[in-house]
Design a protein around this ligand. Structure first.
Ligand code: ATP
Ligand code: MN
Length: 538
């Protein structure tokens, strides 16, 4: 780990066009914590963590995320409303404006890297307007040793200017905020938003292009951990489905929280050096490891504190997306370095607000490919204006907003890896049971953990026909028994006590699956199409 006392040097930002800046280079997280408080940009919570507000934006803004269309990206990127093209000359002009904006200011610069496997290391220089954003970069990226810093050559640069506002008419943005990736210049340019997630997801998006295109490695929006036998488990899922919660397991070593690569050598490495956990309704009883990670060094975002500085985790008056970032070593049981071997189990997490998917089921290779391309979860009523009933939300590869290539590129890689490694794939519904959102309840975390542990301990083999039931609508293999889980919970239909309502709702969901899959049909093989639900309402 870096001993920050030894770092007395600084760097110049002139070559970035940022003139006459007061550069704070590689400050320790403690210094950044203190400076943030001195500047009135944050306060210390009772746990010792720093608490900040990220401002106007408390989440990512996918409609303002662009990729510069250039010789590298032109024929490779899957252009559309996810990967929105940006003109190269417009980028240069906007870059100059941002550099000019950052000139003559106090700036915070940090050298760090992504990818825990040395063969894939990506050196990054992060240039921040605010001290707490720079501390976020310390928490979330990998931290070079003092030795590694001596000859540090940054490859990618993140320029982060939350206070800068673009003029859409002149600058070619949609509105005043933007996150733009430039693969020729190797720059992520972020302005008009203080949401720190844009910084980490900017580099993630870059790696989601670089690794499959140049390094024959599958990038994944997933968490990962490893058991005592060296068996790696991977958890895919959209936001809020449980990647962070379920991978943080005291009996298994955490590899990483959100972003990983699966190499041609069948190893899995973390891109990051930290975790970025949701803290809505967090309790020490349910999630002690995450709760205890919120101490000095951690940064809480957009939470409300009481007069004693205690976090009111249930308070969503600023946003539902309250967060904490912390270096991975705030978790006790971690894998060092963050690399695992031989993935043995893959979990697709989905928060099904219709309450019709089984809490756990095993997928065939076709079903795995189908569900990976579909990337289903649900939005529940109340979290977004206008959402009045559960709405299916499909996001290819469980992370479409971060995937510059066509989803089938990633799906083909995963299918091949699944076949080569013989990994087991499970669909886990961490969402509703006993009825849809509003009628049923969220699956108990205790039960989800028990089901996952049963898989990981080899207690849910599903090798005998009698061990499972093939779901009549979804076609997936539903276990009949699972240690630590009441049998009735394993069958979603039986938790409803109303067969007709159950099937009507299940067909609503299968129809949504079919509708969504249409855009992939012409790319998908017969084998993958067979992995979809078995029955639809006509
Ligand atoms: P992101 O990609 O945004 O980081 P994530 O997949 O990591 O999202 P988590 O941070 O793990 O999502 O959030 C899952 C949330 O759901 C937590 O607040 C957790 O307490 C809650 N939860 C409730 N029931 C369950 C369950 N059965 N399984 C998993 N999580 C549950
Ligand atoms: Mn997470």
């Amino acid at each position: 780990m870096t001993n920050d006392n030894q770092i007395t040097n600084t760097i110049s930002l002139e070559k970035y066009g940022i003139k006459n800046a007061k550069v704070n280079y590689q400050l320790s997280p403690e210094r950044l914590h203190d400076i943030t408080i001195e500047k009135g940009q944050g306060v210390e919570a009772s746990s010792g963590a720093l608490a900040v507000n990220t401002g106007e934006f408390t989440g990512r803004s996918p409609k303002d995320r662009f990729i510069v269309e250039d010789a590298i990206t032109k024929d490779k990127v899957w252009w559309g409303n996810i990967n929105i093209p940006f003109n190269a000359a417009k980028f240069d002009a906007l870059y100059d404006k941002v550099a000019n904006y950052l000139s003559n200011k106090e700036i915070f610069v940090r050298d760090c890297y992504a990818c825990a496997d040395a063969d894939y290391k990506l050196n990054i220089r992060v240039v921040n307007e605010y001290p707490w954003s720079n501390q976020f970069a310390y928490n979330m990226f990998l931290r070079p040793t003092a030795d590694e810093l001596k000859n540090f050559e940054p490859e990618w640069t993140v320029i982060n200017a939350p206070g800068f506002k673009a003029n859409p008419e002149v600058d070619g943005t949609r509105q005043h905020n933007f996150a733009i990736l430039n693969f020729t210049k190797k720059i992520a340019l972020i302005g008009g938003t203080g949401y720190t997630g844009e910084i980490k997801k900017g580099i993630f998006s870059a790696l989601n292009f670089i690794l499959p295109v140049y390094k024959n490695t599958l990038p994944m929006h997933c968490s990962a951990n490893v058991g005592k036998e060296g068996d790696t488990a991977i958890f895919f899922g959209l936001s809020g489905t449980g990647k962070t919660t379920l991978s943080t397991d005291p009996s298994r070593s955490l590899i990483g929280d959100d972003e990983h690569g699966w190499t041609a050598e069948n190893t899995v490495f973390n891109f990051e050096g930290g975790c970025y956990a949701k803290v809505i309704n967090l309790s020490r009883d349910n999630e002690p490891e995450i709760y205890d990670a919120i101490k000095k060094g951690a940064i809480l975002e957009n939470v409300v504190l009481d007069e004693k500085g205690h976090v009111k985790f249930e308070d969503t008056s600023i946003t539902q997306n309250t967060r904490v970032s912390y270096p991975i070593n705030h978790i006790e049981n971690i894998q060092i370095p963050s690399i695992g071997k031989k993935p043995k189990n893959i979990f697709f997490l989905t928060a099904d607000a219709f309450g019709v998917l089984p809490p756990i089921s095993k997928l065939t290779p076709s079903q795995a490919a189908y569900h990976f391309i579909s990337g289903y979860t649900a939005k529940v009523a109340g979290t977004e204006a206008g959402v009045l009933e559960p709405t299916p939300n499909f996001s290819a590869c469980f992370g479409a907003p971060f995937m510059p290539l066509h989803p089938t590129k990633y799906a083909e890689m995963l299918s091949k890896k699944m076949k080569d490694s013989g990994v087991n794939v499970w669909l886990v519904n961490t969402g509703w049971t006993g009825g849809p959102y509003g009628v049923g309840t969220r699956m108990k975390l205790k039960y989800t953990r028990a089901m996952i542990n049963a898989v990981l301990n080899g207690d849910l083999g599903l090798y005998n026909y009698d061990d499972y039931h093939i779901h009549s609508v979804f076609g997936v293999a539903q276990p009949r028994e699972c240690p630590g889980v009441p049998t009735s919970v394993l069958s979603p239909r039986s938790t409803w006590n109303d067969d007709e309502a159950y099937y009507t709702t299940a067909f609503k969901l299968t129809n949504a699956f079919r509708e969504n899959f249409k855009k992939f049909e012409s790319y998908a093989s017969e084998e993958i199409r067979r992995g979809g639900p078995q029955r639809y309402a006509f």
